[in-house]
Design a protein around this ligand. Structure first.
Ligand code: SAM
Ligand code: SF4
Length: 331
């Protein structure tokens, strides 16, 4: 049996993103549907025990890094217990989590003690009013405090910033200054057609090229860092070495050729690609008492069928709003 997750394009999966809930305490304009969201039923979610069993199987199959995501992972109770059981898996090299930062401040110490190695905190603006307009809640200071706490606790923290033309592109220099002042990596993400509202249009996308132009106008020239090919973020610093800026140019320079990720939704569906329209239901195998071998067969099949990715959608000019919904698939 193949214990390397190789797909039909020769890419090898090394990273697994696990969404532990589709629910969220925010309603970001570029992510959540604006109303009447139908949430998954509690009993359709993978339990922490099921997630840990799947994670062990994935690590056996060559997965090295796991990221916990959502929805908002901190709205699910006792997420630290999950981190603790994942951190006992032999062969797993790192566990990280992506959060909107609203509820995480008081959990940072225990998450770190439980084995969390780094945190991505999403922040799209430094303006409290704009924060409310973009996310639906008055939470700017909570997120800022969470970032400070993570820095104080020496938990490596990266900032995820989705840039949308006309919404927050004027703050790119502020984020750069923030990275230079704090040492936190700031990753600018191009807006992807994975929003729940269908607002995406290519006119709202600010390209990596444009962002670099904006930064080079205000600062010394950016210089590329040695990049890990499989990391979708292209990292840069400045001549003085202060600050690290990343770009995730999913639309204008897709990284599909080097993609090494697979994803599990909160209800146990395995997606080999963010832009995949079909999935394999791992939860039904777990609930049905299937063996690890049956589960491995299903995972291998799913990975072998991994599509080429957004690159194909762009090539065929079929990019359109809401290809999949980010809060369910996990980002
Ligand atoms: N709730 C957590 C958060 O916001 O960090 C984790 C889940 S969220 C879906 C994961 C990441 O996806 C966040 O950094 C978010 O900004 C990003 N994201 C959501 N919708 C997006 C979109 N349409 N285009 C690009 N990035 C998006
Ligand atoms: Fe919630 Fe994260 Fe989506 Fe914002 S990006 S609505 S915080 S899941």
């Amino acid at each position: 049996m193949n214990n390397n997750l190789v797909d039909g394009f020769g890419r090898i999966a090394k990273k697994l993103r696990i969404s532990i809930t589709d629910r969220c305490n925010m309603q970001c304009v570029y992510c959540m549907p604006s109303n009447n969201t139908i949430w998954l039923e509690q009993d359709s979610l993978l339990s922490f025990e099921q997630i840990t069993r799947l994670a062990k199987i994935f690590v056996y199959l060559g997965i090295e890094k796991i990221k916990i995501t959502g929805g908002e992972p901190t709205v699910r109770g006792n997420v630290e217990n999950l981190i603790k059981s994942l951190s006992s898996i032999k062969g797993l090299r790192s566990i990280s989590m992506t959060t909107n930062g609203i509820l995480v401040k008081d959990k940072i110490k225990i998450l770190k003690e439980s084995g969390l190695e780094s945190l991505n905190i999403s922040l799209d603006t430094f303006k409290p009013d704009r924060f409310k307009a973009m996310s639906g809640i008055d939470g700017f200071y909570k997120v800022r405090n969470a970032i400070n706490t993570a820095i104080d606790e020496n938990l490596p923290v990266k900032i995820n910033t989705v840039i949308i033309k006309g919404w927050n592109d004027d703050e790119i220099p502020h984020f750069v200054r923030f990275s230079r002042d704090t040492g936190c990596v700031v990753k600018f993400i191009e807006f992807m057609p994975l929003d729940g509202t269908g607002m995406w249009s290519d006119e709202l996308v600010v390209s990596k090229k444009k962002m670099i132009e904006i930064i080079n106008n205000d600062f010394d020239q950016l210089s590329p860092l040695h990049n890990d090919k499989s990391d979708p973020a292209r990292l840069y610093t400045f001549e003085d070495g202060k600050g690290v800026i990343g770009f995730i140019p999913s639309i204008t320079e897709p990284f599909c050729q080097n993609c090494d990720r697979v994803r599990i939704t909160a209800d146990g569906k395995l997606y080999s690609c963010l832009f995949d329209k079909s999935s394999n239901n791992l939860k039904s195998l777990l609930d049905g008492g299937k063996s690890d071998i049956d589960i491995i067969k299903c995972i291998n099949k799913s990975v072998q069928e991994k599509p080429e990715g957004i690159i194909k959608i762009i090539k065929t000019h079929s990019l359109r709003p809401t290809l999949n919904v980010m809060h369910t698939i996990g980002g």
